[in-house]
Design a protein around this ligand. Sequence first.
Ligand code: GLN
Ligand code: ZN
Length: 748
Amino acid sequence: MTTFPKATIEGYPRIGANRELKRALESYWAGRIDAETFRTTTRALRIDTYNHLRDLGLTEDYAIPADVAYYDQVLETGLTVGLIAGGTDLDEEFALARGNDTRVPLEMTKWFDTNYHYLVPEVEAGQAITPAPERVLRLVAEAQEAGHKVRPALVGPVTLLALSKPVEWSLLDSLVDAYATVFAALKEAGVEWIQVAEPALVADLSTPDADLAKYTEQAWSRLLGAENRPKVYVTTPYGSARKGLDALAAVAPDAVHVDLSPWTLDADADYPARVAAAFEGKETTLVAGLIDGRNVWAANLRDKVEVLNKIGATSVSTSTSLQHVPHTLNAEKNIPVEVAPWLSFADEKIEEIKALVAGESEAPEAFGRSDRAARTRAESTRIHNAAVVERVDALPAGQVQRQPEFAERQEAQKALGLPLLPTTTIGSFPQTNEIRKARADHRAGELNDEQYNEALKQEVKNVIELQERLGLDVLVHGEPERNDMVQYFAELLDGFVVTENGWVQSYGSRCTRPPIVVGDVSRPEAMTTEWSAYAQSLSDKPVKGMLTGPVTILAWSFKRDDVPLSVSADQIGVALADEVADLEKAGIKVIQIDEPALRELLPLRAEDRPSYLDWAVRAFRLVSLQAEPTTQIHTHLCYSEFGQIIDAVAGLDADVTSIEAARSKMELLEDIDETFHSEIGPGVWDIHSPRVPSKEEMVELIKAALVNVPADRLWVNPDCGLKTRGYAEVEPSLVNMVAARDEVVAGL
Ligand code: GLN
Ligand code: ZN
């Protein structure tokens, strides 16, 4: 019987080093390739990946996880065990993910505290659960044919139910039967090890920890008690398990993974000792998830050895799947030579795992490299900028408060001369083909900087003229100069490094390229004033200056692991405060600071949330702290259930807050009580859908908003930026939006 491999990983990026999966998906959806070609292309990608991982040193049997999914890992497991029905056909699978003429897609939401989105299974008490083990058997067979003994990877039953909607624990027993059927089929196919992830055990979800622990014992004592099954490796990525850890120890799976990343140990320093104690005397093989699966820093191998000794494990892995980091540093040509040795992407992390398993005597070079990187990083002036540290140290401690308070500012801002229920948009306008082409030509060197700038200015002009024609009240410049709302600022700020090919899957075929916060952040020069001032020169109406807020910049970047997040947040906050001052000097009267990711960094454990919200709110407030009372500060949030963070949203103390609300029919406004004193723009147009909303439906939404928000505090705007839409929908939708406002105002 095969013992658990000594060197392994929890998962590997699925998208492909050259985004092969993205291309295959999009080609199939566009009808450029058929199902057969899609299957052979993606099969080739999987086998290439296994070969590549073997070449990198994952040579033991079952060291390579088969964490395969065309679109999403939760959907994949849901279909395999039959909690989600209807996925034996490729088009049905994609209809679940993306919707089609006859069905709306499954809801999508963030996977734990990462920027990966999973599809939320829709379940119902008493529903049928019919497993489809052939989905995973196919993967096993194709790997065997190519000479690999891979470890099929599934999301576990407790996590699958904890993440479904509604959370329906009465399904647990029949779901466990379905898992048992899949396990038996894998055993019969000759599979010796499988991997089952139970990250629900590390988070405070809607089910209390004690109940999750109880369900864990209930599910896993049955699954592990079955005769006909492979050995099971249960994993707990993304944080530290509490009662769930004891529940796992009680049922003693064949192998258990624990997350020992710096994040987890910072939040729970005793975790290694607790893990060691819980599994003392058990047959379970402990697997140390030492190498950070969600950040890009080279590991300090000596520190890792120390943690490894504390739990006494013999197998080493990553803390989470490597799906959250780019494939390899080898694809980067422009990372400064000083910085490159400090970094480690997926492939380089496998080297680190091998070195840890081998030990210093067998891998002296890797340990030497690691020591050198730690030393140069600790000393580098690229990381440590005394002026920035001094400036941030001199800030008042604790919460900061813009003066005067909102009521007085609201009076001062009447000078803007806005009508009742002012209309605006969230920032970006559609990316036209001309702009895309200009960008490509500029990158290819066919347009020089000046010509490219001209093309962008022309676009700004078009966008301003359109808004004037439509009769909007507060205009935007359309953001054509921004490739991405975070990357744009990362490229202009000191202390960041950007990658060329560091793509990470966000959802489905969508990838992002997160910048890396390497050191202390500062702003060498103004970043947005030229665009905003130009746009303002074209109109007598106020044009909004557009900034991405400090929390969102941080959330969508790889973060430093040598200082608390709050330190980087403060630094970005004061850099943006300088930008606010420059915008004011340039004559900009309205400034929007976007924070769509405020909810995303919310800690998984309830007791860590208040302090996060404190520093996140502070970082935002630093940006507007010195703004003139006459400057109207807007913020924008989207993508999330605001319930848990509504006080923090109010605490941002913006003058105007726009939030996503159309799809939930303004329900969220019920949460907004007297503490929410600012003006508010609940979105009346769901821009995630390609349809044109009618005037009538927007009238209804505005009226629904007026039930909770007085007319002198209500704005009318879409849910989010218009970047992903086309002008064919945007123009009529905005016409209807302005007409809806006019109709409601006429009736007031
Ligand atoms: N200002 C940005 C835009 O309109 C906001 C995007 C977002 O909220 N994700 O594109
Ligand atoms: Zn948005």
